[in-house]
Design a protein around this ligand. Structure first.
Ligand code: NAD
Ligand code: UD1
Length: 308
């Protein structure tokens, strides 16, 4: 049995990871400021510390006694990073360094952290693999890339073990639809069920590679196991995706169809920093991390609609 800290563990992805670790018999501690996360997302067995990753002392206290850290706390919205540049940067970049440094000072415990497909920007190689040169087109993507650069340097300088998982677009139960900055599937499902019209930013031809949250929690868990099996400093980077792309317009129609609703979406101006095509190569996730994200979009959407 191990004890893990999950920063951002009261959020969407973090709370699914917490459930998975608890089911495995591990102890879970969560550091979360509840800015977008919720106490009710967490099982009673998880310990919740309400605090900010920008507070170095709070992070240090939270890491004490842990065998590893899953760093998921962040402002997860690309659009918000453009609307609130400095505020987002403080959390997504400086906050991450606080967490990495606390892990170092707590005995160089391994760190698995949430990177993002956003680091690839409008890379023209499709499907995109980890060997491509990152070209972020948003502050959010730039901060996630900075996390990777810091982790790579710390792996060498301090002999630390890191895994940076480049999540593509994650969806599933507990993704909070309540903000305009929320993930598209949570917003579309919420609107369709309430008979509200869907809004599409841009043409709707932009694509995303959607991956169900249970697959992401499994990949995070498996990545930590890989780090525990490694003695020397290392930095593993891997896409977390299915290698399938769907356009936002087709997504909107599919959600309406599965919910038995009709109605056409309304089109709005494209968002700044919005990637046009996103489809990842899951080869390294499969081979190096040992997880295949095999929950299809249709099955995932059905599970989500049943849960709602
Ligand atoms: P989320 O908003 O549900 O979770 C983020 C959690 O972090 C929330 O509980 C929030 O309260 C907490 N948090 C935010 N700022 C904090 C701070 N300063 N101190 C402490 N806690 C703070 O979002 P999510 O979708 O679960 O995202 C989790 C991670 O995965 C993030 O790092 C995000 O950037 C990354 N990611 C998400 C996706 C996706 O499609 N959802 C894709 C790629 C990467
Ligand atoms: C998402 C994640 C981000 C992650 C990235 C990885 C969220 C909030 N963002 O960013 O953390 O790093 O994937 O690829 O989880 N859209 C609409 N109508 C809406 C909402 C969105 O048309 O009502 C469009 C957007 O313009 C975009 C697409 O849907 O083209 C996806 O948007 P969004 O869910 O916000 O995700 P990303 O920006 O891809």
């Amino acid at each position: 049995m191990a004890t893990y800290l999950i920063t951002g563990g009261a959020g969407f992805i973090g709370s699914h990871l917490a459930d998975r670790l608890l089911a495995n018999g591990d102890k879970v501690r969560v550091l979360d400021d509840l800015s977008t996360g919720h106490r009710h997302n967490l099982a009673a067995e998880a310990e919740l510390i309400v605090g900010n990753i920008c507070d170095a002392q709070a992070v240090k206290d939270a890491v004490a006694g842990c065998d590893g850290v899953f760093h998921l706390a962040a402002v997860a919205s690309v659009q918000k990073s453009i609307d609130c540049w400095g505020e987002t940067h403080a959390v997504n970049s400086l906050g991450a360094v606080n967490v990495f440094e606390a892990a170092r000072n707590a005995g160089k415990i391994p760190v698995v952290f949430a990177s993002s497909a956003a680091i690839y920007g409008n890379n023209t190689t499709i499907p995109v693999s980890e060997t491509e040169i990152p070209q972020p087109i948003s502050f959010y993507g730039a901060d996630k890339l900075a996390n990777e650069i810091h982790a790579g340097l710390a792996a060498q300088a301090y002999d630390m073990r890191f895994a940076g998982l480049r999540f593509f677009n994650v969806y599933g139960p507990r993704q909070d639809p309540s903000s305009p900055y929320s993930g598209v599937i949570s917003i579309f499902v919420d609107h369709v069920l309430a008979d509200r019209q869907l809004q599409i930013f841009g043409t709707g031809e932009q694509t995303r590679d959607f991956v169900f949250v249970a697959d992401v929690a499994a990949a995070l868990h498996q990545a930590m196991t890989c780090l525990h099996n490694t003695k020397d400093g290392c930095f593993i980077r891997a896409n977390v995706c299915r290698g399938q792309e769907v356009s936002i317009l087709d997504l909107a129609r599919e959600i309406a169809r599965l919910a038995g609703k009709t109605g056409e979406p309304v089109f709005r101006d494209a968002r700044q920093g919005d990637i046009m095509r996103s489809k990842g190569d899951p080869g390294r996730l499969n081979a190096d991390i040992g997880h295949v994200a095999d929950i299809t979009l249709q099955d995932g959407l059905r599970a989500l609609l049943d849960w709602e």
